[in-house]
Design a protein around this ligand. Structure first.
Ligand SMILES: Cc1cc2nc3c(=O)[nH]c(=O)nc-3n(C[C@H](O)[C@H](O)[C@H](O)COP(=O)(O)OP(=O)(O)OC[C@H]3O[C@@H](n4cnc5c(N)ncnc54)[C@H](O)[C@@H]3O)c2cc1C
Length: 382
């Protein structure tokens, strides 16, 4: 069982401890991988919805999602299954712009379906020509009477192929670069929207490239005002950034537990691997990385929930440290397992593949460093 002593830290409240208990009971009943990620994801979304967990992913009226609850959920789910964490997280990221900036009507139309697992959400920002540099989005949206018409391409879109709607960022031209983007809810049945290609990645998840061929959507599909798309996208990413760190933490905790269990049983001459001082030093380093990540994630999530402070630096630190640290912890766990560590079907091999993309998506590590450094320099200049 994962170490849950962090829940006693002052960042958390009794409701967070209750949530962690409920999640642990739910995770214990999760069915095993059947190889078909689409059907597994659909089932996971439906089950997470009927268990009530997806309510955490969406706004409750004007109340934003509680980031500490999201972090606890992602950590617990990632500890058990990368796909369960993915199914949960995408419901939040894909609907985040509606939660944060949608009208009452838009919230009413989409959020109950997302929260019950009846609609699968996706976030469509990346394009073949631009990823980290989101200000450079080329997909266009032109006004035509009462409608908007979208033309372009999006790639590496999680839930691509199974989503019921794609929260899409497109250029509407109110200004140059980041000042000329807008956000739209594009339902899967909008004429002209198609999946051009399914993309396979090292840790299988539904992922696709999408084509927008004169996709016509009504005026009320626009989230916020024209030209606000970049801010909407960045605030959505900022809300969920800490939770990427939480997922990494779940993977790292699992790797540490797997390493301890393996080292305690594996014979090395007359002793076990765990009796060896080199192994013990490695385990200590792994535990240190896990605990430092947990502290940074808890701080950033708490700061975000209490509001009133700009937590961009703390969120970037949490994501950066937790994802990079998890990569090191998992790599150490694979090494400790020897040949078994790189064998398909062994948990640490799966974790080794699961962790990699987290250092790239929702802002690569280099981008997080840039956010932290710019914030430090701005503070220094004041
Ligand atoms: C599994 C997976 C799921 C994804 N899901 C989604 C999704 O649901 N929706 C979506 O819109 N996108 C999604 N993406 C895309 C993801 O957000 C992009 O891959 C990411 O933003 C990086 O963009 P890029 O791949 O175009 O790399 P680039 O932007 O071309 O960057 C390449 C590399 O350059 C370096 N770099 C980038 N910026 C800087 C900088 N400022 N300074 C120094 N170095 C830098 C980094 O090492 C980076 O990895 C997903 C990606 C993956 C792998």
């Amino acid at each position: 069982m994962a170490d849950r002593s962090f829940l006693a830290w002052p960042f958390f409240e009794p409701r967070h401890r209750e949530l962690a208990d409920k999640l642990e009971r739910w995770c214990a009943k999760l069915s095993e991988d059947n190889g078909d990620v689409d059907s597994q994801c659909r089932t996971l979304v439906a089950e997470l919805g009927s268990a009530g967990f997806l309510k955490l992913c969406v706004a409750d009226g004007d109340r934003r999602p509680d980031v500490r609850s999201l972090a606890i959920a992602r950590e617990a789910l990632a500890y058990r299954s990368g796909l369960a964490d993915f199914a949960f997280a995408m419901q939040g990221l894909g609907s985040g712009a509606i939660s944060l900036f949608g009208t009452i009507e838009q919230k009413r139309q989409w959020l109950p379906k997302v929260a019950s697992g009846k609609a699968i959400a996706a976030f469509a920002m990346t394009e073949p020509g631009c990823g980290s540099d989101a200000a450079n989005i080329q997909t266009s949206a032109m006004r035509d009477g009462d409608d908007w018409v979208l033309v372009g391409e999006k790639t590496l879109i999680s839930n691509g192929g199974i989503a019921d709607f794609y929260l899409t960022f497109a250029r509407t031209g109110e200004g140059e670069g980041s000042r000329g983007l807008s956000a739209f809810v594009v339902p899967v049945d909008a004429p002209g929207l198609s999946v051009a290609e399914r993309i396979e990645v090292i840790a299988p998840h539904p992922l696709a490239r999408l084509t927008y061929d004169k996709v016509r959507i009504p005026a009320d599909a626009l989230i916020g005002a024209p030209g606000e798309g970049f801010r909407i996208g960045m605030e959505t990413l900022n809300l969920f950034r800490v939770t990427v760190g939480a997922a990494a933490l779940g993977f790292a905790r699992r790797a540490l537990d797997e390493a301890i269990a393996f080292a305690s049983k594996r014979r090395l001459g007359t002793e076990t691997l765990a009796d060896n001082p080199v192994t013990q030093a490695k385990l200590a380093d792994m535990a240190l990385l896990v605990d430092s990540s947990a502290l940074l994630v808890a701080r950033a999530a708490w700061q975000q929930d209490i509001g009133g402070t700009d937590n961009r630096r703390a969120a970037a630190m949490a994501k950066l440290h937790a994802t990079e640290a998890a990569q090191r912890v998992i790599d150490a766990a694979v090494q400790m397992h020897g040949g078994a560590g790189v064998t398909r079907g062994v948990k640490v091999e799966e974790l080794y593949r699961e962790i990699r993309a987290l250092r790239i998506y929702e802002g690569a590590s280099e981008v997080q460093r840039q956010i932290i450094a710019r914030d430090l320099l701005k503070e220094h200049a004041r």
